[in-house]
Design a protein around this ligand. Structure first.
Ligand code: ZN
Length: 363
């Protein structure tokens, strides 16, 4: 018994050392914020952005979940928040792995890892443990004396809340942004400048209205039933957003609204699939028309959070097809709007945003 415990202790110590090594190298690869020296100017920029937190408050909604609500009227295209992740990249992968392979068997193990290996202070760890764990009842029970079946685990919190950073291609866990719930008709878009995640409104938001992001672009292209299955399998929740549910079950026009939305999203998928197969060296006017139709559907469906990518494609193809600037503007391909969206989602100092703004000014 004693020797087995000793062996266990040894194994754990070895695992801990190994973690230190992997975390260390991952941290170096990820340009970890713990080592990153930001310039004073960058720090000031963050503080200015973070000060916009007064635009929303975190409240309990009618379902007992935390939600972000507008504290005042917020116009469309307002930057509302920016945040760096508490854990990111390789740190997340190791935390996940150690839950999955049983190296960490309870919340106390997870918390010690966050403290000792990642170096998180008590308040940051507290903000992580306050996040929702949608997978709380899906773990294989362990025999660890500190394990309790209803305790949150870091793996569940990561699976429920982490965002994929566009630029880094790996995941970050953002303690405040994670409080924003999902909607298939979001009113908040987001982008990344390195690891910094930025949120902005994609429509006018009334005081008291809930602010929601869209957890996956997959939902753009699927009807209610399909995306419901996807969200359940990926995030383990049933979507209660207004894009999936009727505001009044007895109202026929509500059912009509939802059916129209299903048709539009199915059409959007067909357009995306068709456009993906087009020969870019032999573009036709009809290809551009399909992109314009996609943009219009995205606008109708409140899917503007990633619309700048489609705008870029539209502009690129229109140029290739010999469209002039006036005609581009008329079609609302909007160089100015494209630049504005890049500035909001990536920050005014991001090379892509600078380039887009220079193009607007040079015209
Ligand atoms: Zn939904």
């Amino acid at each position: 018994m004693v020797s087995r415990e000793k062996a266990k202790g040894k194994a754990r110590k070895a695992a801990k050392e190994a973690t230190k090594q992997v975390v260390k190298s991952s941290a170096a690869e990820d340009d970890s914020h713990h080592q990153q020296q930001e310039s004073l100017e960058e720090q000031m920029q963050h503080l200015r952005l973070l000060s916009n937190k007064h635009l929303f408050t975190i409240k309990q909604n009618e379902y007992g979940n935390q939600s972000a609500c507008a504290s005042e009227f917020i116009p469309k295209h307002t930057l509302i928040f920016a945040e760096l992740p508490a854990i990111r990249g390789g740190e997340i992968e190791i935390a996940t792995l150690y839950n999955e392979n049983g190296t960490h068997q309870c919340q106390a193990d997870d918390d010690a890892f966050l403290k000792n290996n990642i170096g998180l202070d008590e308040s940051t760890r507290k903000s992580i443990w306050e996040l929702h764990d949608q997978f709380i009842d899906t773990y294989t029970p362990t025999n660890h004396p500190l394990y309790s079946p209803d305790e949150k685990r870091v793996l569940g919190i990561i699976k429920s809340n982490a965002y994929h950073s566009n630029e880094e291609g790996s995941r970050g866990l953002y303690p405040t942004i994670s409080r924003f719930n999902h909607s298939c008709k979001p009113n908040v878009g987001y982008g990344f400048n390195g690891w910094e995640m930025r949120l902005y409104t994609t429509s006018d938001v009334q005081e008291g209205e809930e602010l929601c992001t869209c957890y996956s672009d997959m939902v753009y292209f699927h009807n209610r039933i399909e995306r419901g299955e996807f969200l359940k399998s990926k995030f383990n929740f049933d979507c209660i957003c207004s894009g999936c549910n009727s505001n009044d079950n007895d109202d026929d026009s509500e059912e009509q609204r939802l059916k129209q939305s299903d048709t539009r999203r199915e059409r959007l998928r067909l357009l995306a699939e068709t456009l993906a197969q087009r020969d870019r060296s032999n573009l036709k006017k009809s290809d551009l028309e399909m992109i314009m139709e996609s943009i219009n559907i995205m606008k109708l469906e409140s899917l503007e959070h990633n619309i700048s990518t489609t705008y870029r494609l539209a502009r690129e193809w229109a140029m290739k097809l010999g469209e002039d600037e006036a005609s581009l503007e008329e079609k609302c391909l909007g160089a100015e709007l494209y630049a504005k969206l890049l500035e909001l989602s990536k920050g005014e100092k991001h090379p892509e945003a600078i380039q887009a703004m220079m193009e607007v000014r040079s015209r």
